[in-house]
Design a protein around this ligand. Sequence first.
Ligand code: DGY
Length: 328
Amino acid sequence: MPHRRLKVGVTRKLPQAVETRLAALFDVAFNADDAPLSREELVALARDVDVLAPTLGDTLDAAFFEAAGERMKLIANFGAGVDHIDIAAAKARGVTVTNTPSVLAEDAADMAMALILAAPRRLVEGVKAIESGAFKGWSPTWMLGRRVRGKKLGIIGLGRVGEAVARRARAFGLSIHYHNRKPINPHIEEELDATFWPDLDEMLPRMDIVSINCPATPQTRHLLSRERLALMSPHAYVVNISRGEIIDEEALADAIVSGRLAGAGLDVFENEPKPNERLMAAANVVLLPHMASATIESRIEMGERVIINIKMFADGHKPPDRIILGLE
Ligand code: DGY
């Protein structure tokens, strides 16, 4: 099918450069005002296009695929995480799903590193002290945080982003520990001087900072459960730029409010856009509005991946960033 005849539905406003290129290549239905689509609007759009380019926040569950009709054959997701898409339901209906991996890994890792520094060094509390006028001059005992250098960083999910976090953390003098289903490539493990912990419960009590960098799947939901949070040292911090669902947020709030954890740096929440109110009120928690990949460069490169995936699909090839289920 020639590209110009392929109809693409884009659910949110994308960077102008990406929309311009999409419009040059395909017949595109854009979302000019960027308002999230309702379920009805999403289904209506899907029924009218060959390709849907959704993002995080568009819930594409089994009922959506049921209602979406037969025309749409590719979901070219704008984003790395695909936890909002029922991949098995898509596959059952012959719909290919792609994402935008790699291009945002470095920027996302910068934000994880920023939180790894910001929580123990009380960066946001310091900013607030200036803003509120609480700064009355330097004091030997005021605003004391915890040293980062020499501490142990436990990365849950040492993939693309996790590895980029590890490289940054090494430069800040942290030692690298990680929990994955399987150990990473031994050369990279050696280069990072990283210690593999097959059992998360063994790793957690020994870490000073835990960074969540695994994808959200049914298996990782509440991976940092109440029981696991209780295993952590009261001096430890939790950092999460992946998905809120990976932490039991109520249990995290309990642990922080009661002093059983030193603090947290969170870019994502269980019920976005609303963070847990007790976490919002806690001085030792740094909260960001899901902005780890929010650079112009990342968002344009994410758009380019979307375009590459659609073009490959349009040319009859397998798009490069297909989400593979099991042993496909
Ligand atoms: C993703 O890509 O999944 C991020 O959470 C948003 O960029």
